[in-house]
Design a protein around this ligand. Structure first.
Ligand SMILES: C[S@@+](CC[C@H](N)C(=O)[O-])C[C@H]1O[C@@H](n2cnc3c(N)ncnc32)[C@H](O)[C@@H]1O
Length: 190
């Protein structure tokens, strides 16, 4: 993996960024939360991987400040299910733009089968506000956003999560997807 560039999009505290760095990736960790970024910085120092990780404070709903075809991999773990359809589409277009041809995209997003689906105020199809905005992805919707990608893997998963650190834990339902950017994928702009 030496020299392979990976973007950890919505990196949070950076646990995955650290893992990637330890496995030889050149990592860019991006998040719009100062708190998350500070936590990520501490995590990086604690693990002594400063040389392999570049941290960026940025809101991904705005254009990403990377050249076309910069990354071998974009990794978005639980960070793409906060936006309305229009914004989601823009972000997927940006991801496609900054990936190299044959670059990989790893996505993990909330599924329409999640128990929180339909809770709170409906903002648009599959998007609800309860404390914060949640966009639930159907299989069809997710695949639709991946135009210009070959889908290598897609699976619905169930994980126990402690909602807001309350004692009752429920099972969250997610889609895990791996896509590979096709040649000439720009013609598929959403
Ligand atoms: C559930 S956390 C996941 C963090 C990390 N990927 C992980 O799996 O541990 C979602 C992350 O997405 C970030 N995020 C949400 N909206 C964002 C935006 N508009 N731009 C950048 N980051 C965003 C949040 O700040 C948060 O750190």
């Amino acid at each position: 993996m030496k020299g392979k560039k990976i973007l950890d999009l919505g990196c949070g505290g950076g646990k995955d960024s650290v893992l990637f760095a330890k496995n030889g990736f050149e990592v860019v960790s991006l998040d719009f939360s100062e708190k998350a970024i500070n936590f990520c910085k501490e995590n990086i120092i604690r693990n002594n991987v400063q040389r392999s990780i570049h941290i960026i404070l940025h809101d991904m709903t705005k254009p990403l400040k990377f050249d076309d075809r910069t990354f071998d991999t974009v990794y978005a773990h639980l960070s793409l299910h906060y936006f309305d359809d229009r914004t989601t589409t823009k972000i997927f277009n940006e991801i496609r733009r900054i990936l190299k041809v044959s670059g990989l995209l790893f996505v993990n997003v909330k599924s329409t089968d999640d128990p929180l689906y339909g809770k709170g105020k409906k903002l648009e199809k599959d998007v609800f506000e309860l404390g914060h905005i949640r966009h639930f992805f159907s299989r069809e919707y997710l695949i639709n956003k991946l135009k210009g990608f070959e889908i290598l893997y897609i699976k619905q998963t169930r994980e126990k999560t402690d909602y807001a650190k309350k004692t009752i834990s429920k099972e969250s339902v997610f889609w895990q997807l791996i896509g590979r950017k096709l040649d000439h994928s720009h013609i598929f702009k959403l």
